[in-house]
Design a protein around this ligand. Structure first.
Ligand SMILES: C[S@@+](CC[C@H](N)C(=O)[O-])C[C@H]1O[C@@H](n2cnc3c(N)ncnc32)[C@H](O)[C@@H]1O
Length: 242
């Protein structure tokens, strides 16, 4: 891409697989904090942005944010007070991650549909110290709505879309409300923690591939938890049990 970028380049960046669009203060803050190469950033209210930075993220340098007209910003991004374009990080091939012996768990989301939910899973995975987030299905986990849901924490850990379920020789635990009750102390190091799609849950193929099918025990009458809530409960149960 030719730099410096201008605000009109944001629309093109959305269609460019080597770039990501960051919408909102928190997405930009985390992206900067975790080493994103930000190619351009625009806000309609510098003073408000500086006040937010001073209050919430004094470690983050936002001096390169360019002030633009409010209408011009709203035409590009209707709801955010700041929008930025960053280079999509070059990640090692997912097979390299899957073959590594890091004891941190990997989160696998099977065909997640809701981008905000997907982002919330990335955010909690980063917060819990997971080794990465893998998705299957058609959604791009680097979509701006997912980045917004993750508050930009995609830059804190590897996030990939896979073309098929992983076959790596790591233990794979499928989370399913019909499974056996989870004992978080029994989760093996380096496990792939797999979660099903929002409406239909884990596929037959995922359940067949899994070494165990585990449940978070719920109160009577409750069918299931929200996807990101289930991911959070499992990751933090394991983290607290370690
Ligand atoms: C919204 S739920 C899917 C609901 C689907 N009707 C089902 O019964 O699996 C999305 C995913 O969150 C995870 N999940 C939700 N509640 C869970 C629970 N109580 N125990 C284990 N996993 C759960 C599962 O991985 C599930 O596939």
């Amino acid at each position: 891409v030719a730099t410096p970028l201008v605000l009109a380049d944001v629309a093109r960046a959305r269609r460019n697989g080597s770039l990501v669009v960051l919408e909102g203060f928190h997405a930009l803050k985390h992206a900067q904090r975790f080493g994103a190469e930000v190619l351009g950033a625009w806000s309609a209210d510098r003073a408000e942005l500086d006040a937010l930075r001073a209050r919430l993220a004094p470690d983050v340098d936002l001096r390169s944010v360019v002030e633009v007209e409010r209408d011009a910003l709203a035409a590009v991004v209707p709801r955010a007070q700041v929008v930025a374009v960053a280079r999509r990080p070059r990640l090692v091939h997912p097979d390299v991650l899957l073959a590594a012996t890091d004891p941190a768990p990997l989160v696998l989301l099977e065909d997640p549909r809701h981008l905000g939910n997907l982002g919330a899973c990335v955010r909690v995975a980063a917060g819990a110290g997971a080794g990465g987030v893998l998705t299957t299905g058609h959604q791009d986990p680097w979509h701006p709505d997912a980045l917004r849901g993750a508050a930009g924490l995609h830059f804190a850990l590897p996030v990939y879309r896979l073309s098929a379920l992983p076959t790596a020789p790591r233990p794979l635990l499928a989370f399913d409300p019909e499974g056996e009750t989870l004992d978080p102390r029994a989760i093996p190091p380096g496990a792939i923690l797999a979660f099903g799609t929002e409406r239909d849950g884990c596929s037959e193929a995922l359940l067949e591939r899994a070494d165990a099918r585990l449940a978070l025990p719920m109160a009577r009458g409750v069918s299931s938890l929200n996807l990101a809530t289930a991911v959070a409960a499992v990751l933090f149960a394991q983290r607290l049990a370690r």
